[in-house]
Write a protein that binds this ligand. Structure first.
Ligand SMILES: Cc1cc2nc3c(=O)[nH]c(=O)nc-3n(C[C@H](O)[C@H](O)[C@H](O)COP(=O)(O)OP(=O)(O)OC[C@H]3O[C@@H](n4cnc5c(N)ncnc54)[C@H](O)[C@@H]3O)c2cc1C
Length: 297
């Protein structure tokens, strides 16, 4: 095998399309249902107007990559090794795949608030991405929960859509500049700890705090940052940053020769367009890298 791609999200699939079209042998390893995009309703991706299910785009993408010759294993990778310029990957079902290059596209998972109602109302008023879902809250009341500058930025963004924005932050760590921007935009800061998301039927109606006081809201945006599944990269010598992201250059190369990374795992913005863009770059550069290797041998 020439290239192993870890991750069956938009970054990994786009990388596979470019590498397979470049006539490299490619395998994508990853479960598409674990992609952040799987449960998303996408309306901000170029060329796909209206609200489209992320799962449909992923299924089409996998079919497209396969049509160009890529293989797909719907499995998780549980271990990796690097020796003599070759990489080998072990999957949960015990298969081992060996290749000359690896593209890491494992995405990230949003840090959860872990309060009652969070899971139950996910997608029914609970969101982890203001930039993705802002348009669905036009004229509505929303709460943004989070202490960092990203939460402040989301609060500011939501004031352009929602009729009322609360920024719930108990231990604010956002920069002075971001706090000022959020306040100036009209977001109301609440110095409380969120304790429960309450709803009726299929929608969120209230957010309750630890002192049992409540606000009426239609949406709750949980903006606590992300955890990445990038730890696997350490097995092959790529050390993630302290926030779990993997640093890449403009060619999507990591610090290890033959290892590329793309998509959410490389940092914000967590958006499909960026994932796909980096996927293309990683796929093309891995293809070139293999070509160089083949010329040498
Ligand atoms: C609810 C929601 C709504 C969103 N809406 C939008 C939107 O409208 N517009 C937009 O642009 N963005 C949206 N996003 C963000 C978008 O989905 C992500 O930016 C995008 O999916 C990132 O792509 P990725 O390929 O980097 O990672 P992902 O899509 O998360 O894919 C990661 C892949 O890696 C695999 N993986 C992880 N660990 C392993 C392992 N150990 N072994 C094998 N495979 C592994 C996973 O199974 C998955 O297949 C939304 C996100 C969420 C959560």
């Amino acid at each position: 095998m020439d290239i192993i791609i870890i991750g069956a999200g938009p970054a990994g699939i786009q990388a596979a399309i470019h590498a397979a079209r470049g006539k490299r042998s490619v395998v994508i390893i990853g479960k598409r249902a674990n992609s952040a995009m799987y449960g998303a309703h996408v309306e901000n991706y170029f060329g796909i107007p209206g609200k489209t299910d992320g799962s449909d785009i992923l299924n089409n993408g996998i079919a497209q990559a396969k049509a160009f010759g890529a293989e797909h294993l719907e499995e998780n990778v549980i271990g990796m090794e690097h020796s003599n310029d070759m990489f080998s990957v072990t999957t949960e079902n015990g298969s081992t795949v060996t290749a000359k290059a690896v593209i890491l596209a494992p995405g990230i998972s949003r840090v959860k608030l872990n309060v009652p109602g969070e899971k139950e109302f996910f997608g029914k008023g609970v969101s982890y991405c203001a930039a993705c879902d802002c348009n669905f809250y036009k004229g509505k009341r929303v709460a943004i929960i989070g202490d960092e500058s990203e939460a402040a930025a989301s609060a500011e963004l939501m004031t352009k859509y929602a009729s009322k924005v609360y920024w719930v932050t108990k231990e604010t760590k956002a920069s002075e500049m971001m706090i000022k921007k959020a306040k100036d935009s009209g977001a109301e800061m609440i110095d409380e700890k969120a304790a429960e998301i309450i709803g009726e039927g299929n929608k969120v109606t209230k957010l309750m705090f630890s002192d049992r006081s409540m606000i009426n809201v239609d949406g709750v945006f949980i903006e606590l940052g992300a955890r990445s599944s990038s730890d696997l990269a350490m097995d092959i010598g790529v050390m993630p940053e302290t926030d779990g992201t993997i640093k890449v250059n403009e060619k999507c190369e990591t610090s290890v020769k033959g290892v590329y990374a793309c998509g959410d795992v490389t940092g914000r913005p967590w958006q499909i367009a960026k994932a796909v863009g980096q996927g293309a770059v990683a796929g093309m550069n891995a293809t070139e890298y293999i070509k160089g290797e083949k010329n040498v041998r």
